[in-house]
Design a protein around this ligand. Structure first.
Ligand code: G4P
Length: 535
């Protein structure tokens, strides 16, 4: 292998143009609408409605996505790329439900920023809180969009308190509403004090022109609504709730924008903020903590695996986030964990089940490698200069169920499906290497089990019988402790595919007692990254 490292002068410039982010929101807060309006404002679609139409087609071609439709949530993650103001924007979709927090976490590992969309009538909803906490835990810079201001809703000051209290993220409004929710007049742009008037567009099918008015005229025309808005912004000035780029980039404060995605209002402010405030693709830490320069030879990591997105071609896509260098389709890379060569002939950009061939990609971009069945989540791929990116953390499971095929004649299909869904991270699968052959499924949320059973039945033709297992707590352990635990009633040690030994306990008090009585036993919380053994 040649060790001459070719630098590609285009790479830093291309990386600087990239903005890679995810939208995180509660189902129904307006993520799809906002995505659609981003495309409209970027000129990627001529008329709003295209995303929903595409999403509809996508659903029609995939059987397990029927479940999404049934539940009204998005379970799959897709990637959307468009250009705006000479920047390349990569929007990574995330599932909008706490039960899929682990999936969101993996997507965030590939994103450089996130947009949190809140419905002004609802604020932070309990079900989604965990998703936002995940964002906070990763220190991802977060922009906040208070959506649906055209409808009656809550006091925005109260919502600021809620964001800070519940997720520990300090909101710093960049725009502030004039008028109450439902009687929306527009926003004060706190950067220059001007008034941006709200104009209702018919379903917001086309981009609306923005009318900016100076403060004097706004005061004359909007009267009390304007004065109240100014009082609120004076208060925000006093408490220092103003845009602070450094703390935004550190994931501590969140620039906030107010609008109505349905009627297009505020969409441009937010998209401009993605370009002006969100960070470009920057050097990423490898697993030794060193930053890999953007212009080092190509390297990236798999953050998501998805099979059978299109049942017509039972395929397998690994999504790779480019971290350094230039990706060119057809290049032969090294698969970090195995050291084996990996051909990238089938590289694609993927939107749902639609895909186009991708020929070149730069840091920040996402490449879908089709039929990459040897790749696993967290795997690094590189060109000439070896590197390994840190593994993506797995979550502590909170729910457990034993799983067996309903029809023992479908044993083979069951196991094929189990292995595949485990690799995709749909659920964690725990096995007893020298005991009961019935695997235990472990999940963060119950809906993961639902998706598992649905996909197993529809894609692999195996109905599963899932029986809730009694475990209430899980701890990471080691072999010597596992030996001790063999003698303990109400405890069981199982192995996860990544080699981690998990001790499961029926009773959290029993676990506490064991920890007190045997401080030398290894019973660590299941948090943080788990190193996967290199094969
Ligand atoms: P999601 O992807 O986060 O689940 O939300 P989505 O965009 O699908 O929006 C959920 C509902 O909220 C949709 O209405 C959508 O039109 C509406 N909505 C989104 N943004 C706004 C907004 O700014 N103002 C108002 N008033 N409504 C908004 P729906 O009736 O469920 O669907 P549809 O029939 O409009 O497609």
């Amino acid at each position: 292998m040649s060790l001459t490292v070719e630098t590609d002068v285009a790479v830093p410039a291309e990386a600087a143009r990239r903005r890679t982010f995810a939208i995180i929101s509660h189902p129904d807060a307006g993520k799809t609408t906002l995505t659609e309006k981003f495309l409209l404002y970027a000129g990627a679609v001529a008329e709003a409605g295209a995303v929903k139409a595409r999403a509809g087609r996508r659903r029609a071609t995939s059987d397990w996505m029927a479940l999404e439709q049934q539940r009204g949530i998005s379970i799959t993650s897709t990637v959307l790329q468009f250009t705006y103001r000479d920047h390349v924007v990569n929007l990574l979709d995330t599932p909008g439900h706490r039960d899929f927090s682990e999936d969101t976490y993996r997507v965030l590992a590939a994103a450089d920023a996130a947009i949190m969309v809140l419905d002004v009538a609802k604020g932070i909803e309990a079900q989604t809180l965990k998703l936002f906490e995940v964002c906070r835990a990763r220190s991802v810079p977060v922009l906040t969009f208070l959506n649906k201001y055209d409808r009656p809703g809550r006091d925005p000051l109260e919502l600021l308190d809620e964001i800070e209290a519940q997720i520990g993220l300090r909101p710093t409004p960049v725009t502030w509403p004039v008028g109450v929710p439902g009687d929306f007049r527009g926003v004060v742009d706190r950067r220059d004090g001007s008034f941006v008037r709200y104009r209702r567009t018919a379903h917001g099918a086309t981009a609306a022109p923005e009318e900016r008015v100076d403060p004097g005229q706004a005061a004359a025309e909007e009267g009390d609504a304007w004065h109240q808005a100014r009082e609120a912004t004076d208060l925000l000035d006093e408490i220092g709730a103003t845009l602070d780029v450094a703390s935004f980039l550190a994931g501590e404060s969140s620039p906030l924008f107010v609008g109505s995605a349905l009627t297009n209002f505020g969409v441009r402010h937010l998209l401009d903020a993605v370009v002006d405030l969100a960070p470009p693709a920057a050097p990423r830490s490898d697993d030794s903590g060193s930053l890999r320069p953007i212009d080092a030879p190509f390297a990236g990591f798999v953050f998501k695996i998805q099979a059978n997105m299109d049942p017509a071609h039972r395929d397998h896509v690994a999504f790779v986030r480019v971290c350094s260098g230039r990706f060119t389709r057809g290049m032969t890379l090294v698969h970090g964990p195995s050291g084996r060569p990996f051909s990238t002939k089938y590289a694609a950009s993927v939107f749902g089940s639609e895909r186009d061939t991708i020929d070149v990609a730069y840091p920040g971009d996402v490449v879908g490698l089709v039929n990459a069945s040897d790749l696993q989540i967290g795997d690094t791929l590189y060109d000439t200069d070896p590197v390994a990116f840190p593994p993506i953390a797995t979550f502590a499971p909170e729910l457990f169920a034993s799983a067996r095929p309903r029809d023992t004649g479908r044993h083979k299909q069951f196991h094929r499906g189990l292995t595949q869904l485990e690799r995709e991270g749909v659920v964690q699968v725990l096995r007893d290497p020298d005991g009961d052959p019935v695997p235990v499924l472990a999940a963060v949320g119950a809906m993961q089990f639902e998706v598992f059973a649905h996909r197993l039945a529809h894609e692999f033709g195996a109905e599963a019988e899932l029986l809730p297992a009694p475990y209430k707590a899980a701890r990471r352990t080691d072999r010597p402790t596992a030996e001790h635990l063999r003698q303990v009633r109400g405890a069981r040690v199982l192995t996860r595919a990544d080699g981690t030994l998990l001790a499961l306990f029926d009773n959290p008090y029993q676990l506490q007692r064991l920890q007190q009585e045997h401080p030398d036993w290894r019973l660590d919380p299941v948090l943080g990254a788990e190193a996967r053994p290199r094969s």
